[in-house]
Design a protein around this ligand. Structure first.
Ligand code: M6R
Length: 365
């Protein structure tokens, strides 16, 4: 049932404040303002030397965002790879470490094969899945569910933001166990996490503007997405979302990589979508935007209104975001990224929920 939406994807984008809120409530104790995992862990975060993560597509990008969180908040080294590479990489793994698998369906063939490889290497197996009865869930030592509800649109939206919410809660728990976060820091981070659904609801209010912008994007042959830090995987996710439903060629790049090649592509016909949360590397991102502006690139800046004004860059358009703790930016900034892809595909008359050549669940290699 699409409710009053034209497509499942639209419904699933709009459901996010609710389902992400429900997922967060499953992982935090609102009374104490601390993380409370729904299941006991069969391993000790404090004893780990390394975390390996493996997943595919959008779930892989969730893992890439989490790498920043685990490394920063818990000082835990993270190795991550797409499952189709991980399963054949023959990477050496020390016994008793942790392997994390992320999957909406819990049936993705490559992710499952990676899980089995890690099991053979005597890793503890933790999975984050949306389908609790799935094969990946069954074969894991411990399952952390996302409570996104059934996701019907082939393009993953609400499963992604729920995965991020669980991953942030886990990274905070890891930080506490490893002694890298104090209780006060935990409470501050949990308060930020709890603010996510409200911030997502605020960011949905930019939909009108985004619909308007989508008419511009629909004319493009190629689109570049840029971001730094945890906004870099979000740039990759933005490009994937646009490609899969609008069939426009798009690429995500770490903003700092621009001058190592992709800047050669910039001209007046090339929309460049810049994800610029107000974080420690905001100024660096702004200077990259200036390099794009100097070459006539059509900049669409996604950032906090005040920050964007102060940065004073010449943009084609800006999408204003609410002021927020940068740690939660990857979750909230997913909303405009999804809406841009969605409305561009709708303007182009594409089959948004069932794009050509794609299946919801990739159960063969
Ligand atoms: O079910 P999974 O999360 O394991 O699926 C992984 C990918 O196949 C999936 O995220 C795919 O990339 C989506 N179509 C992206 O929108």
């Amino acid at each position: 049932d699409k409710g009053n939406h034209r497509h499942f994807m639209a419904k699933e984008i709009h459901e996010q404040p609710e389902v992400v809120g429900r997922t967060i409530a499953h992982y935090v104790d609102l009374a104490t303002g601390r993380v409370k995992l729904p299941t006991a862990l069969p391993f000790d975060f404090a004893k780990l030397r390394r975390l390996v993560i493996s997943s595919c597509g959008t779930a892989y990008y969730a893992g890439l965002v989490a790498k920043y969180w685990f490394e920063r908040l818990a000082r835990l080294a993270v190795d991550i790879d797409v499952a189709s590479e991980f399963r054949y990489r023959e990477m050496p793994l020390d016994e008793g470490e942790l392997a994390l698998f992320i999957s909406q369906s819990g049936e993705t063939a490559d992710t499952l094969a990676s899980l089995r490889y890690a099991k053979g290497e005597k890793q503890h197996i933790l999975s984050i899945v949306n389908v609790p009865t799935s094969t990946i869930a069954r074969e894991s030592d411990v399952v952390m569910p996302t409570l996104a509800g059934p996701e019907i649109g082939v393009a993953s939206t609400k499963a992604f933001t729920c995965q991020l919410a669980v991953l942030l809660a886990l990274a905070i728990a890891a930080g506490r166990a490893r002694g890298t976060l104090s209780e006060a820091e935990e409470q501050r981070l949990v308060a930020s996490l709890v603010a996510v659904p409200g911030a997502m609801a605020d960011s949905l209010s930019s939909e009108r503007e985004i619909e308007h912008l989508a008419r511009e994007l629909a004319k493009a042959r190629d689109v570049l997405y840029l971001g730094r830090g945890p906004a870099f995987p979000l740039a990759l996710e933005g490009a994937l979302k646009l490609k899969e439903i609008s069939y426009i060629h798009a690429e995500g790049y770490a903003a700092g990589e621009l001058k190592h090649g992709p800047i050669a592509l910039i001209d007046e016909a090339m929309p460049v979508i810049v994800l610029a949360p107000h974080d420690a590397v905001f100024d660096k991102t702004v200077s990259n935007v200036q390099e794009v502006a100097a070459r006539g690139g059509k900049i669409i800046l996604i950032g906090e209104e005040r920050a964007v004004e102060e940065a004073g860059v010449a943009t084609f358009a800006a999408i204003g975001m609410p002021a927020l703790d940068p740690v939660i930016a990857p979750i909230v900034y997913a909303v405009p990224v999804q809406l841009l892809a969605y409305h561009t595909a709708v303007v182009m008359g594409k089959d948004v929920d069932q794009p050509r050549n794609l299946a919801k669940s990739v159960t063969v290699e």
